[in-house]
Design a protein around this ligand. Structure first.
Ligand SMILES: CC(C)(COP(=O)(O)OP(=O)(O)OC[C@H]1O[C@@H](n2cnc3c(N)ncnc32)[C@H](O)[C@@H]1OP(=O)(O)O)[C@@H](O)C(=O)NCCC(=O)NCCS
Length: 255
């Protein structure tokens, strides 16, 4: 589904201009809570992703001043077209298997990340990024876009279960969560919850530094920006965050 790009912006991939990587990374830092940037899997696979698929990483760049105001990352994945073929390991699976396998045997393009400048949210720019993902899939001749989606408003209830949250709809049938809804508007449907999609594990000292919280009670904690509990193991001196995401599937017009 074509989504028009506002005249004030241009779409630039990492292949078009490698110089977008640095401002895009600065945008990412502004968009995520600190703890989200300490996934071992992300740390291992983002650089190989950029090296192998620079044409699949796209920025929205403001023509006037060159500022990067949106950034989207994607990777081809060996999806077999079945619901069960979208694994429990969600995001971690998509980036690791997608980069390692490459184009060979790819059945779909997977979204990995979409971020929009906090000052420019609520204007449909996320939809523009999703539209670009459709175009990228089409260019690869892939008829499907899949996404291990992180429902943004789940952060209001990090201790609650994901399954009922993901299925919650408004009276018009649209997903209640705004980010799931943005996918739905472009033809995405909720397939299933990926219960172990993304994770962060660290020492209690690290988690205290990342969150500014004392975290001195064992068990689950609600941490700002988290969509699942951060679980403290005092005996081991560590805390773990296992984030469920929601697999969505968009049919894409190939071409
Ligand atoms: C998720 C994100 C990309 C959405 O970007 P966006 O450009 O604001 O999205 P849109 O303008 O297309 O809005 C999508 C929905 O969110 C709602 N929304 C977005 N920003 C909002 C804000 N500041 N206040 C209220 N509602 C907002 C919009 O109203 C819209 O819902 P609608 O169906 O009622 O219109 C952006 O919030 C972001 O970068 N978040 C941090 C990173 C993240 O969570 N990325 C997604 C997982 S990878």
């Amino acid at each position: 589904m074509p989504v028009p790009v506002p005249d004030a912006l241009e779409v630039v991939s990492l292949a078009d201009d490698p110089a977008v990587e640095q401002p895009a990374e600065a945008l990412v830092v502004r968009c995520w809570p600190e703890f989200m940037r300490h996934s071992v899997v992300a740390g291992e696979w983002f650089d190989p992703l950029f090296a192998r698929f620079p044409e699949l990483q796209v920025a929205l760049r403001r023509r006037e001043d060159g500022a990067v105001v949106g950034w989207a990352n994607t990777v081809p994945v060996p999806w077999d077209g079945t619901d069960a073929g979208l694994p429990d390991a969600g995001w971690d699976w998509a980036i690791s298997v997608g980069v390692a396998r490459g184009r060979a045997g790819a059945g779909a393009l997977s979204a990995l990340q979409a971020v929009v400048d906090p000052d420019l949210r609520g204007r449909g720019l996320a939809g523009v990024l999703l539209g670009q993902m459709h175009l990228l899939a089409g260019r690869l001749g892939l008829g499907d876009l899949v996404a291990p989606v992180r429902p943004t408003a789940k952060a209001a209830d990090p201790l609650g279960p994901m399954e009922p949250y993901a299925r919650r709809t408004r009276p018009d049938g649209a997903p209640a969560d705004p980010w799931l809804r943005a996918h739905w508007r472009l033809g995405g449907r909720v397939v299933r919850v990926a219960p172990r999609s993304f994770g962060v594990r660290g020492s209690l000292a690290e988690w205290r530094r990342w969150t500014g919280l004392a975290l001195d009670r064992p068990g689950p904690h609600a941490v700002p920006g988290a969509i699942a509990p951060v679980v403290v193991d005092r005996d081991a001196g560590v805390a773990s965050y296992v984030e469920p995401n929601v697999w969505m599937h968009h049919p894409v017009r190939a071409g």
